[in-house]
Design a protein around this ligand. Structure first.
Ligand SMILES: Cc1cc2nc3c(=O)[nH]c(=O)nc-3n(C[C@H](O)[C@H](O)[C@H](O)COP(=O)(O)OP(=O)(O)OC[C@H]3O[C@@H](n4cnc5c(N)ncnc54)[C@H](O)[C@@H]3O)c2cc1C
Length: 448
C-alpha cells in the first residue's frame, strides 16, 4: 500500500477519528497531507484534550466477536489498515469480548501515529471555509459554526442538520406475525407494518411510558425540539390521548383479524429496500435503553423484537447524504472534496473511523485518476454506505452498524446465533474478494 510521494497536497479538516484515518490512508498512498485540527486553539463542548482522535465519551469500541455487526466492521477495518484499531490494541484494557482502551494512552497512540508520519503536517487552527483544493472534511458531530455555515452555503439549508431525533429500529424477522398486519391508512399503500393496540393495552403502555427514566444528557446537549420531533414520552405527558390522536392514531386502519379499527396503532416503516429494518414511526425518545426495552416490548407484536438501533435525541451535525452527496460522499461536481465520519450520517466511533478510511482511499484514487469505490452491500461497510446512499432524503437519520444493513442470506437460517455467524463469514469473504478485485490496497499507477 505504499507509493512514492504524490505531487498534490491534500487537506484533511478535523483530527478526530475519521480525519486521522483519512490522513493516514492518504499518506500511506504517497499523498502529502495537511491535517487541520482546531483544538486546542478552539475547543468543542465535548472534547477535553488536544489529542488527535480523542474519545469524547465511552472508552469502549464494542465487540470484537465477528458474528457481531461491530466485530465484523472491525475485521473490515483491520484489512484496510485502521489506525484506530492499531492504537486501540496498543492501549487496550480488559473488557471481555469488547475492545476497550485507556483513553489517554489511546489518544497518545493516535497522535503519535498521525503526527509522526513524514507526509502529514498537523496544523492547529479552525478551518472556517471549505478548502478550494482536494480535501476530506471530517469535522464530526460538533463541527464549528463557521464551517457549518460554509457547508450549508454549498449544500443548501436542507443539506445539514444540527440534531438527530432517532426512533428505534427493529428487525422484521423478529416480529410476532400472528399479531402485526401490513397496511396503509385507507388502503392507500401497504407499506407499513401495524401493531394494533386494544384500549387496555394502550392505557398500560401510556402509563409505562410516563414512568420511564429518561436520559438527561449534558447541558450543551439540550436540543430545541421541533413539534414534529417531540420525544414520544413528552407527547405522552401532554395528555392521555395525545398519542392516540398523533403518531398512534388508528384512523384508516382495520385489523384483518378482528375486522375492526384498533384503539391505537404503532406503525413501522421500512428503512431499507429489502424491508429488513423497520422504524417505529414517531418514536424518537430520550428514554434510557433498558427503559426502551421494557416499554417498547409492551407493544403488541414486539414482545420478542430484535432492536437494531435504539432511539435517541442529541446534538449532532450531519449531512443529508442521500439528498446531497454522491455514493462515495462528494458534493456533485466536486469529486475531490469528500465528507467523512459522523458528519456523513454514520453513528459511532468505529463507523466514523471506517468512513474516514474510505474517504482517504477514494480521494487518493481520484487524485491518481482512478474511480472511487464502495464495498458490496453484503459487507458491513458496504451496507452502511448503501444506507447512506439509498435512504429517503426526507427521513434520513444517522445509523450505526447492524446486521439489518446487509443483504439477507439467500438461505434462511432460523437460529439467530447461527445466522449471524453465517452473515459474518459471508461479509468477510466478500470483503476480501472486493479489496482484491477493486485493487483497494494498491496505490495507483500514477503515484507508484
Ligand atoms: C457528547 C458525545 C458523546 C458521544 N458518545 C459516543 C459514544 O459513547 N460512543 C460512540 O461510538 N460515539 C459517541 N459519540 C459520537 C462520536 O462523536 C463519534 O462517534 C466520533 O467521535 C465521530 O468521529 P469524527 O471523526 O467524525 O468526529 P470527531 O471525533 O468529533 O472529530 C472531529 C474533529 O474535528 C474538529 N473540528 C470541528 N470543526 C472544525 C473546524 N472548523 N476546523 C478544524 N477542526 C474542526 C474537532 O475539534 C474534532 O477534533 C458521541 C458524540 C458526542 C458529541
Amino acid at each position: 500500500m505504499s507509493g512514492s510521494v504524490g505531487v498534490t497536497r491534500v487537506t484533511v479538516v478535523g483530527g478526530g477519528l475519521a480525519g486521522c484515518e483519512a490522513a493516514l490512508q492518504l499518506a500511506s498512498r504517497g499523498q502529502r497531507v495537511r491535517l487541520v485540527e482546531m483544538r486546542p486553539v478552539r475547543g468543542t463542548e465535548a472534547h477535553k484534550t488536544d489529542s488527535l482522535g480523542e474519545l469524547v465519551c465511552t472508552n469502549s469500541f464494542k465487540s470484537e466477536d465477528p458474528s457481531n455487526a461491530h466485530g465484523q466492521l472491525k475485521r473490515e477495518m483491520t484489512t484496510l489498515g485502521s489506525v484506530l484499531l492499531a492504537s486501540a490494541r496498543e492501549s487496550r484494557v480488559p473488557a471481555g469480548s469488547a475492545l476497550a482502551v485507556d483513553r489517554a494512552l489511546f489518544g497518545e497512540a493516535m497522535t503519535r501515529a498521525v503526527a509522526g508520519h513524514p507526509l502529514v503536517e498537523v496544523v492547529r487552527e479552525e478551518c472556517a471555509d471549505l478548502p478550494p483544493g482536494p480535501a476530506v472534511i471530517a469535522t464530526g458531530p460538533l463541527t464549528s459554526p463557521g464551517l457549518s455555515a460554509a457547508i450549508r452555503g454549498m449544500l443548501g439549508d436542507e443539506g445539514l442538520a444540527f440534531f438527530d431525533a432517532i426512533a428505534p429500529i427493529v428487525h422484521r424477522e423478529s416480529l410476532d406475525e400472528s399479531v402485526v398486519f401490513d397496511a396503509g391508512r385507507f388502503g392507500e399503500d401497504a407499506d407499513y407494518v401495524n401493531c394494533p393496540m386494544s384500549r387496555e393495552e394502550y392505557d398500560a403502555f401510556i402509563a409505562a411510558l410516563k414512568e420511564g427514566d429518561v436520559h438527561e444528557g449534558h447541558d450543551w446537549d439540550e436540543v430545541p425540539y421541533f413539534e414534529g420531533c417531540l420525544p414520544i414520552e413528552v407527547m405522552a405527558a401532554r395528555g392521555h390521548d395525545t398519542l392516540r390522536f398523533g403518531p398512534m392514531k388508528p384512523i384508516g386502519l382495520v385489523d384483518p383479524r378482528t375486522g375492526r379499527r384498533p384503539w391505537a396503532v404503532v406503525q413501522l416503516r421500512r428503512e431499507d429496500a429489502a424491508g429488513q429494518m423497520l422504524n417505529l414511526v414517531g418514536f424518537q425518545t430520550r428514554l434510557r435503553i433498558p427503559e426502551q426495552r421494557r416499554v417498547f416490548t409492551m407493544i403488541p407484536g414486539l414482545a420478542d423484537a430484535e432492536f437494531l438501533r435504539w432511539g435517541s435525541i442529541h446534538r449532532n451535525s450531519y449531512l443529508n447524504f442521500p439528498g446531497c452527496l454522491t455514493p462515495h460522499g462528494s458534493p456533485p461536481g466536486r469529486d475531490d472534496l469528500i465528507f467523512a465520519g459522523q458528519l456523513t450520517g454514520v453513528e459511532g466511533y468505529t463507523e466514523s473511523a471506517a468512513s474516514g478510511i474510505m474517504a482517504g482511499i477514494n480521494l487518493s484514487r481520484i487524485l491518481e485518476g482512478r474511480d472511487p469505490v464502495v464495498p458490496p452491500p453484503t459487507t458491513m461497510l458496504g451496507g452502511l454506505y448503501r444506507y447512506l446512499r439509498e435512504s429517503r432524503p426526507g427521513h434520513f437519520q444517522p445509523m450505526n452498524s447492524n446486521w439489518g444493513l446487509v443483504d439477507p442470506l439467500t438461505e434462511k437460517i432460523r437460529d439467530k446465533g447461527e445466522r449471524r455467524v453465517a452473515l459474518g463469514e459471508r461479509a468477510q469473504a466478500d470483503f476480501l474478494e472486493w479489496t482484491e478485485r477493486a485493487g483497494v490496497m494498491e496505490a495507483g499507477a500514477q503515484s507508484s
